[in-house]
Each structure stands twice: as C-alpha cells, then as structure tokens.
Design a binder for this molecule. Structure first.
Ligand code: SF4
Length: 433
C-alpha cells in the first residue's frame, strides 16, 4: 500500500513557497474544474480594542493570498473563504476579513467571504454525535483546510482536524466542551463528514501555549501540505515535538477512520523532518496543590487558590480566564488574599475551608449554587461571564483587581515581538496578489 504523502517546505516568498508545497504534495489533484471550493483558515479570534499579536494565532494572510492566487491561476473560480470566529459577544468574521486584507481577494478573484455565524447551520448526524454544521460547509464540493501550526492548552496541538471545529455553531462548540463528553472525542467527527481535499498547515509562525495571543510565538518558516488530513496532522504534531499517538484527538480519529499515527508510515517530501522539529510547550504549569500558575507561587501569593481550567471550559470562558489570572496576579501587593477560591468550567466543585468562592461563569454557578462548602459565593453568572462584574465583586472583598493591569499586559505581549526577529505584521495583510 502506498504511503500518504506530506510535503514540508521552507517558507520564503509566499507565492513560491505555497506553489512548491502544492507541487510536492500533489495538493491540487483532488480538485475538479467547476468545484465549489471552501477554504477554511484559522481565524479563531481578534481583538479590536486591545493590541492583538496575530503570530501563530491566525492564518497568515500571505499564505492564504498565495493559495487563492494559485487556485485562480489553475482555473478554479468558485472559491469561498469561511470561518466562524469566537463571538465576543457578536460575531466579528467580516471585520476580521477586512482587517486581514481579504477584501482584496474578493475584488481581484471574486472570492466570497462568509462568516458562518451569520449564516444557517444544519443539525447533522456525525456518526454517534449530532452537531450543527455551517450550511456553506456542507454545500462545498471540496474543502481546503488552512490551520496554523500551533499548540493548544486543552488538546496539545491544534492543526487540521481541530481547525474544522470552527465550522460548527456556538451551541455545538459548547457541547464539545460538555461535562459528559471528552473534548478530544467530539470535534474529530466533523472532519469525517467533510470533503477535505487538501490541508495546508501554515507554520510561518508556531505557537507555544496556544491557541490564543497569550501563547508565545516563534518564527518557524514552515509549510506542511497534504491531501491526507491525518497524515498532515501527524507531521504537524511532530514538528511541534509531539508524537501523534500521545495526542488523543489524533489517536481517536485514526481509530475511527484508519490511518497510521506512525511518522514512518508517511512519505515526507521536501525538508528533512528531523531538522525542523521545534518542541513547543502546550500548557501552563500549575502548582502541585492546584492553587494557581507557578508564577503565583514564585511571587509568594497566599490566600488564593485558582483551580486549573479543564477541557469543560469552553472558549468563551477561556478567553476571559487569562485576564482574570493577570488581574489577580497584579492585585497582589504583598498581603495575603482574603482566603479565596476560584472555580470554573462544568465539573469543578467548591472546596471546604475558603471564606469566598468565586464561581466564574454560569456553569460553576449552576453546579455549586447549593454546595454546602461555600461560605460566601461570588457568582459571576454570565455565559460567558462579565469581566467588569468580576472586577467589582473582587474589589468589594478587598482584592484590588484593575482592568488597566490587563491592558498593560496586553501591550506588553504585543510589543515583545520585534520586527528584527521576523515578526512582521505585513504577513497579515494582502497586497499585490
Ligand atoms: S459559562 Fe463558560 S464554560 Fe459555561 S457554557 Fe458559558 S462559556 Fe462555556
């Protein structure tokens, strides 16, 4: 049996690099003239209020623009770009397309730009799991999947299979983070249903401790292309330092659909794999007592136990948890906190012995509202919760949380990336396609 083929290519000039990746992987062989092609980038989120370093977080516009140009040159004219970004609380897909220069692709090549969140979703049986998939995705003849080469604090890596989670609606995304399901056994079903003809992993930047902008990006200058979705992910995971067998959603996909997790069962063309492995950590380390990130212990923070998030915390809460951690860290002025526990997600239970218990989000509130261990509940009940409400509630118990500290942190993480190290915002614009 022939081995699946994966190309690994150095990224230099975008058009030439994408061309080479497609040639080495025979990447367009699955497309037919007249196909309705849907390109699914990873545009998980953006922030139009605070500085947002996009490196390793969203697909580079340079790679996407080059891909569209090549498709147009090869005669494919029915191209849609679709994504369902995080709603904060409203959807921002069209604003992101504008920010990232995609309008140029619409003007020059007639590409349709679709925000799935604004369109219809269809309840779809995905073999033991029902999720609502974007109608536009179901209508496509072929899908080109363009994820980023990134790690993920809940799933270790987020590559081609994970990127397709952006094709379902908000309720289905929440369902994937449910307490009675394993996150890694949910979203792989989506890929099974879709006609993914090509996966092009954008590794211009890689991201440690992803998937969001609080992770740490590195310029890697890599592209991975394959017509075999699992094989692309196996190689992508290897480049990030992970064996596919230790990434549960890849193992689950392979168990259900066949396909090998062994890198030796893949024909890799282009750059030697061994010379391009950049091990990147996927998660934040917590104290052994589960009282907060290691940084809290190093600072000597006492009287506070922030329990580590788990996979039942969905993206809405995840994006807010980082501001909470940052504000609590900054609120520490040397005196112990007033014996506070913070819990989140759908399974964490309040512990005895705390004077205050912060229930961060509707989920922990519902689960713990009658918990006899709680002396005084601080319920931030929204779904997702409201940060201002959190700040005010903390101030009422003498913890001086301040959103300005988070704003300062965001400026810090944006400015730590320097142009001389290859962090070029021009890669997130489209010109001269
Ligand atoms: S409260 Fe948070 S974890 Fe619960 S459903 Fe809403 S966003 Fe998800």
């Amino acid at each position: 049996m022939s081995k699946p083929l994966v190309a690994v290519v150095k990224f230099a000039e975008a058009y030439q690099s994408v061309r080479r990746a497609l040639e080495l992987s025979d990447g367009l062989a699955g497309l037919k003239p007249g196909d309705r092609i849907l390109i699914k980038p990873n545009l998980v989120s953006w922030d139009f209020d605070l500085p947002f370093p996009p490196y390793g977080v969203v697909t580079t516009s340079a790679v996407l623009g080059a891909l569209v140009r090549i498709l147009a040159e090869e005669g494919y004219s029915d191209i849609t770009i679709g994504e369902g970004p995080l709603m904060v609380p409203k959807t921002i897909g069209q604003a992101m397309y504008k920010e990232l220069g995609y309008h140029q692709l619409r003007e020059k090549y007639g590409v349709k730009l679709v925000d799935f969140n604004e369109e219809k979703f269809v309840k779809t049986d995905l073999g033991g799991l029902t999720l609502s998939l974007a109608e536009k995705v179901l209508e496509a003849d072929k899908i080109i999947n363009v994820p980023v080469l990134k790690t993920h604090n809940q799933t270790k890596v987020s590559l081609g299979i994970k990127n397709l989670k952006g094709c379902i609606n908000r309720a289905s995304k929440m369902h994937c983070h449910g307490k009675d399901v394993d996150l890694s056994h949910t979203f792989p079903h989506i890929a099974e249903k879709l006609p993914v003809a090509l996966t092009l992993i954008d590794g211009v930047f890689g991201l440690a401790k992803g998937p969001g902008p609080t992770g740490t990006a590195q310029r890697l200058d890599l592209l991975v292309a394959s017509r075999d979705l699992l094989a692309a992910d196996v190689v992508g995971a290897a480049l990030l330092g992970y064996r596919a067998a230790e990434v549960e959603h890849l193992a689950y996909f392979a168990r259900r659909n066949g396909g090998s997790l062994d890198i030796n069962d893949i024909e890799v063309r282009g750059e030697p794999l061994a010379e391009n492995i950049h091990p990147l950590e996927y998660d934040w380390e917590w104290t052994a007592e589960n009282t907060g990130p290691l940084g809290y212990a190093k600072r000597g923070i006492k009287g506070l136990a922030v329990r580590k998030y788990d996979s039942t915390m969905c993206t809405g809460c995840s994006m807010l948890f980082n501001p909470v951690l940052v504000m609590l860290m900054a609120a520490f002025k040397g005196e112990p906190f007033p014996n506070v526990e913070v819990i989140s997600g759908k399974v964490q239970l309040a512990s005895p012995g705390f004077d205050y218990t912060v229930l961060f989000g509707m989920c922990p509130y519902k689960l713990n509202k009658d918990n006899p261990h709680i002396k005084q509940a601080i319920a931030i009940k929204g779904c997702p919760p409201d940060l201002q409400e959190f700040v005010e509630a903390m101030r009422e118990i003498g913890v001086p949380c301040d959103y300005k500290d988070y704003v300062q942190y965001r400026h810090y993480i944006f400015h730590r990336y320097k142009a001389e190290d290859g962090f070029d915002l021009g890669l997130f614009k489209i010109d001269n396609v």
